[in-house]
Design a protein around this ligand. Structure first.
Ligand SMILES: Cc1cc2nc3c(=O)[nH]c(=O)nc-3n(C[C@H](O)[C@H](O)[C@H](O)COP(=O)(O)OP(=O)(O)OC[C@H]3O[C@@H](n4cnc5c(N)ncnc54)[C@H](O)[C@@H]3O)c2cc1C
Length: 480
């Protein structure tokens, strides 16, 4: 099978007559796109101004207002709350934290890095608890996370990863290999090994972000939509930092940048976080007969151990949603406008779906979409508040942002309120990376890295080899 899906393969994909490509995401197709809130009416003053109404911005607003109800908080959003990755993701609310443990530990020691990993596990439960307390029904089921290896190289890597993570805050009960004779509650074709972690839940992402925006608004936060920020101005000569929009300028004591994958479009931030693409497809509901063959009663989130890995969930109404990298990066930090995905990517995802679940291979695909997430040059997430400029930020979660953004929101609350808590001492606080290379190096490099990862996956699938040297080369090139 070739690396690139052929035209015949693309035509062979069973598509529903209702098939749609883009439209933000399938998650919004379920809910209907929201009625937009009003734009900023003109110049204004607030205590805190947050730019971007995804999980990062909304969690920050939520915790600030909960802690200090008299704080005047505004959120400025270019489209509508949840338009970005927060309304498009794979719905893994998981304790996974991206980034090299060694890199954080180098500056802060191993103990704080372990504390960060434990905080991520607690964050999964924190999100579930807040959703419950606020009456947000986001189809949440904490069924854990299952990672499958489908060849010997992947199995070896999975074993290595378990051993590695157990050095960095996962105890043996937090992530472990399932016994070969475990009850196969989820039958994945060709699985040669499976690992499990209880620290993950399946969610419907748009339901979470929509509910969170409503909760934040009910607390008294002003959310302005259709309000694009063009520039962030630092504190200057006794004047607070500002967010500039075509509707007016918001001045505040602190301005928080919560635009993750879109950050490159802001003046002065072009090379800070690379907008990495991720794409998804979802099937029509599977028949009872097909579900009987697959199992998946536990609703775990599911991933594989490939270099260009896929992530999947069983939706509340019995579909399979599966995602992967697709075209990793668009030239000059471009991105899709409304989530439309290339036919090639749809074919690749369908190929992965029918490889893992041949029984589902005949079920029509009903929707495909994409989104962007943010990646720093050293692939390490960060949260920070610069007291001199008055500008704070969080992001670079590298595809593990659903839970991490909640930890970021609570950390930004403590930083803004000047609290000396355990959260502000975690090692990702204040972490900085150098900028990405200018174009065309950025485009060539990213495509080369993912080309190598895909080549490595093909080599590993076709022979019994250890982690392919192609993948090691790709990781070195990427600077991970
Ligand atoms: C397809 C896909 C699948 C993913 N799957 C998972 C997963 O399963 N699990 C996981 O943990 N993570 C996943 N991620 C990553 C995760 O969704 C993100 O890291 C997370 O949602 C980032 O939240 P955010 O609020 O920082 O950014 P976003 O949700 O992207 O929000 C940023 C907001 O800022 C707004 N904005 C941008 N520029 C401006 C401006 N100039 N002025 C005003 N507003 C602006 C945008 O419109 C947007 O609403 C996935 C991402 C994608 C794209």
């Amino acid at each position: 099978m070739g690396l690139i899906a052929s035209a015949a393969e693309m035509r062979a994909i069973p598509r529903s007559t209702e098939f749609r490509n883009g439209g933000v995401s399938f998650w919004y197709r379920e809910l209907g796109l929201p009625q937009r809130r009003a734009a900023l009416p003109g110049d204004a003053d607030y205590d805190v101004c947050i730019v971007g109404a995804g999980y990062t911005g909304l969690w920050t607003a939520y915790y600030l207002k909960k802690e200090q109800p008299d704080l005047r908080v505004a959120v400025l959003e270019r489209e509508f709350a949840g338009f970005g990755a927060s309304g498009r993701n794979g719905g893994w609310l998981s304790a996974e934290f991206a980034g090299s443990r060694e890199r954080y530990a180098k500056a802060h020691g191993k103990g704080p890095m372990i504390a960060l990993q434990r905080a991520m596990m607690a964050t999964v439960d924190e999100v579930i608890a807040v959703a419950e307390a606020e009456g947000i029904d986001a189809d949440i089921v904490k069924g854990g996370m299952r990672i499958v290896a489908t060849n010997q190289a992947q199995k070896a890597r999975l074993l290595e990863e378990i051993a590695y993570l157990q050095e960095w805050g996962y105890w043996p009960e937090d992530y472990y290999l399932l016994e070969p004779d475990h009850e196969p509650r989820l039958r994945v074709d060709g699985a040669v090994a499976e690992a499990f972690s209880p620290h993950a839940a399946r969610i419907q992402p748009a339901k979470l972000v929509r509910g969170l925006a409503a909760a934040v608004e009910a607390l008294g936060v002003d959310i302005f939509e259709n309000t694009a920020v063009s520039e962030l101005r630092p504190r200057e000569g006794g004047r607070g930092p500002a967010a500039v929009t075509e509707h007016g300028t918001v001045r505040a004591e602190y301005v928080i940048r919560a635009t993750e994958g879109f950050t490159a479009e802001l003046n002065g931030y072009r090379r800070q976080w690379l907008p990495m693409n991720s794409s998804m497809i979802v099937t029509e509901p599977l028949s009872a007969e097909v579900w009987k063959r697959i199992g998946w009663e536990g609703q775990e989130v599911l991933g594989d151990a490939a270099h260009a890995y896929v992530y999947a969930q069983r939706t509340a109404d019995g579909r399979i949603a599966i995602g992967g990298r697709g075209v990793p990066y668009r030239f000059a930090s471009g991105h899709d406008t409304n989530g439309a995905t290339q036919p090639q990517t749809i074919a690749e995802l369908w190929r992965a779906l029918s490889r893992l679940f041949p029984a589902a291979g005949e079920t029509p695909v009903v929707h495909a979409w994409s989104g962007v997430l943010g990646v720093a040059r050293d692939w390490c997430p960060t949260v920070h508040l610069d007291r001199t400029t008055g500008v704070g930020w969080a992001g670079g979660y590298v595809g593990s942002g659903v839970a991490t953004s909640n930890l970021a929101g609570r950390t930004l609350r403590d930083l803004v309120l000047g609290r000396s808590t355990e959260l502000v001492r975690l090692p990702w606080v204040g972490h900085q990376a150098r900028d990405w290379e200018p174009e065309p190096l950025r485009w060539v490099g990213t495509h080369l890295v993912y080309g190598l990862y895909r080549g490595a996956d093909r080599r590993e699938a076709s022979r019994s080899v250890d982690t392919s040297t192609l993948a090691s080369l790709a990781s070195r090139l990427a600077g991970r």
